[in-house]
Design a protein around this ligand. Structure first.
Ligand code: IPM
Ligand code: MG
Length: 353
């Protein structure tokens, strides 16, 4: 097949990891007879430096003409002044909203080989394989707000409508049907009106999925259960901000934030794929970044936007094989032990392919 992929490297290690992902995707193209074209464009801090805005129109035009977006990371100390009128993160939020990518899939698996990198006992990590479905275009991130008003107060509004909750709930229920038919919905229905609407709506959508067991958990309790009994979760559905918080927490289960991929999808096949980690300015440009999160995001791109399941699985297995063979970037190397570079790790994955 022919496919055009927009690549938005962004800032910091985003540049290195997307570069490696392009090598791997090209390799898969050659191996399976696909013609992948990459179009690079600007987002984030580098876009602010070059154009004055974190998401230039040209980037949207390029992305609109493509089949999917692969994104690195945005942000860095250079642009982190909270009073600045333009911030790198705005570009990311805008592009998610522009394409109505309302469902953010974040799979978290505990790799036995990396158990020593988590603060949890190895036995708690057995069989940890969770799919988080985070609502991505609603809630406090996008509700009515006032910032820098009179300087004495500011507000954000956690606003949800029934259709907004229902459409992401359908994504989560369908995902649960394809897994162990268990869905946990996270909310704060004991305090927030928007979260009572969330719980009620998820319950109504449940009527279409009689084969899936649903339970509701309050977000504060959820953070505790994620550490005390992580293996009891399968698919977890959460609103935007709670999903942001609990997926960073859950990354601890995988041994490193560098391991985690994500897919942001909407009603069509088009999607945006990015590692869960940020731009890591402290290690940028040193060849130390772990490309795993981005490579696994590229696998999700193959699966969800291009429909290439076999290729996606081949890439996931190659990453797993590289890890099993002992390939380790700095973040997952044994304490004081040796590690290989971003590029060497990628070469090991390509070798396994
Ligand atoms: C994420 C990030 C973003 C978010 C930031 C960078 C805007 O933390 O993708 O999880 O909060 O959604
Ligand atoms: Mg986050």
């Amino acid at each position: 097949m022919k496919a055009t992929i927009t690549v938005l490297p962004g800032d910091g290690i985003g540049v290195e990891v997307t570069n490696q992902a392009m090598h791997v995707l090209s390799r898969i193209g050659t191996q399976y007879g696909h013609d992948f074209t990459f179009h690079e464009a600007l987002i984030g801090g580098i876009a602010i430096d070059k154009t004055g805005t974190s998401l230039p129109d040209e980037t949207l035009t390029i992305a609109e003409q493509s089949d999917a977006i692969l994104l690195g990371a945005v942000g860095g100390p250079k642009w982190s002044d909270p009073t600045a009128p333009v911030r790198p993160e705005q570009g990311l939020l805008k592009i998610r909203k522009h394409f109505e990518l309302f469902a953010n899939l974040r799979p978290v698996k505990a790799y036995p080989a990396l158990a020593q990198h988590t603060p949890l006992r190895a036995e708690l990590l057995e069989n940890v394989d969770i799919l988080f479905v985070r609502e991505l275009t609603g809630g406090a991130y996008f509700g009515p707000r006032q910032e820098q008003g009179d300087g004495d107060s500011a507000y954000d509004t956690m606003l949800y409508s029934v259709p907004e909750v229902a459409r992401v709930a359908h994504v989560a229920f369908r995902a649960a049907q394809g897994r162990s038919k268990k869905l946990t919905s996270v909310d704060k229905a004991n305090v927030l009106a928007s979260m009572r609407l969330w719980r009620r709506t998820v319950g109504e959508v449940h009527e279409d999925y009689g084969d899936v067991a649903l339970d509701h958990v309050l977000v504060d309790a959820c953070t505790m259960y994620l550490m005390t009994r992580p293996a009891s979760f399968d698919v977890v559905l959460a609103e935007n901000m709670f999903g942001d918080i609990i997926t960073d927490e859950a990354s601890v289960l995988a041994g490193s934030l560098g391991m985690l991929p994500s897919a942001s999808i909407g009603a069509e096949k088009f999607g945006l794929y990015e590692p869960v980690h940020g731009s890591a300015p402290d290690i940028a440009g040193q060849g130390k970044a772990n490309p795993t999160g981005t490579l696994l995001s590229a696998a999700m791109l193959l699966r969800y936007s291009l429909g290439l399941e076999e290729e996606a699985m081949a890439l996931e297995q190659a990453v797993e094989a590289a890890l099993v063979s002992g390939a380790r970037t700095a973040d997952i190397a044994p304490r004081g032990g040796s590690y290989i570079s971003t590029e060497e790790f990628t070469q090991t994955v390509i070798g396994a392919l």
